[in-house]
Design a protein. Structure first.
Length: 95
């Protein structure tokens, strides 16, 4: 079900690109998406999945932070726990 009165809530998107040799992990902090489009077609001899598309917007948070990513000097604990919680830089240590 979809309600016309539903308001989008911002979220963080954590991801990595498949095939990236360095396995760089990324986060977009303050994201919203549009409602998905509606796609349909008749069934033919092949089974091609229908996909929905949405527009993703990432805007700066109050502190100006929009995105971050792991780098070669990223601590192993930060890298290994990337998807357990949304990583935020520690302004005291700069990490």
């Amino acid at each position: 079900m979809e309600y016309a009165s539903a308001e989008a809530k911002p979220f963080a998107l954590l991801y990595e690109v498949n095939g990236d040799q360095k396995a760089t992990r990324r986060v977009l902090y303050y994201c919203t998406v549009s409602r998905p489009g509606e796609n349909a077609s008749t069934t033919g001899k092949t089974k091609t999945p229908q996909t929905d598309t949405m527009s993703l917007t990432a805007v700066p948070m109050a502190d100006g932070l929009t995105r971050a990513r792991t780098q070669e000097n990223t601590q192993a604990t930060v890298f290994n726990e990337w998807y357990k919680s949304v990583w935020r830089p520690n302004t005291a240590t700069g990490v």
